[in-house]
Design a binder for this molecule. Structure first.
Ligand code: NI
Ligand code: MN
Length: 227
């Protein structure tokens, strides 16, 4: 059975039934909420990136280098990864691609485009969300985004929604609850909160706002959910 492990902030590992390991938005060594260091990530087959900000991308290039994982991200992020010697698969918003573990579709996110580690600025990208299908389960990592009506397009396509609730940089609890209303996932996992004081939130308040619309799984760093 596939599983989802939370590593704090917006970092997750999805493990397929066959043992394929996919890390989304790796932020370990400078992440105050992380349960492990990058060196403890173990075997990694794919590194998936929603966008290039430090708190999602800081460990992406080193992790791919150290594990030999293939990095999957926007055209610009993939180009930057290749400029750093990392094998990458480029995609862009609206596109889906089949991988041995299932598929990845890039979805729209409304957010900034800087790429951490790019001194030149030439790899600036559009931020995205990632709809990852593994063993028939569909996990949507929304990335960093504000609430958009476009989220309604995801209705019926998401089993587990990973949604930012931290406010300030992304949706806060109220808008994230509206996103649940739009997407109608079976399960929602709040993320991108409590890492720093500016994004402190009470996830129980988010749970109350979601009410009966979905099952809210409040995951502690290091916790694993069966998919
Ligand atoms: Ni960001
Ligand atoms: Mn962020």
């Amino acid at each position: 059975m596939a599983s989802l492990t939370f590593h704090g902030h917006a970092t997750f590992t999805v493990e397929a039934a066959d043992g394929t390991r996919i890390v989304i938005d790796p932020f370990f060594d400078d992440n105050p909420a992380a349960d492990i260091r990058r060196s403890e990530a173990g075997r990694v087959d794919y590194v998936l990136c929603t966008h290039g900000h430090t708190d999602h991308f800081a460990d992406a290039i080193p992790l791919a280098c150290e594990t030999g994982a293939t990095l999957v991200g926007s055209y610009e992020i993939a180009a930057f990864a290749e400029s750093q010697g990392v094998a990458a698969h480029a995609m862009h918003i609206g596109g889906r691609h089949a991988f041995p573990f299932g598929s990845v579709k890039m979805t729209a996110a409304v957010h900034g485009g800087m790429v951490h580690g790019d001194e030149t600025g030439q790899f600036t990208t559009s931020a995205a969300g990632l709809l990852v299908e593994v063993d028939g389960k569909r996990v949507h990592h929304a990335g960093d985004t504000g609430l958009t009506l476009d989220m309604q397009l995801l209705r019926g396509q998401v089993d587990v929604a990973l949604l930012p609730i931290g406010d300030n940089f992304t949706m806060g609890p109220e808008d994230a609850a509206r996103a649940v209303e739009f997407v109608e996932p079976a399960v929602v996992v709040p993320m991108h909160y409590d890492t720093w004081p500016v994004i402190e939130q009470d996830p129980e308040r988010f749970r109350a706002l979601v009410g009966g619309m979905a099952r809210v799984e409040i995951m502690a760093p290091g916790e694993t959910l069966a998919l």
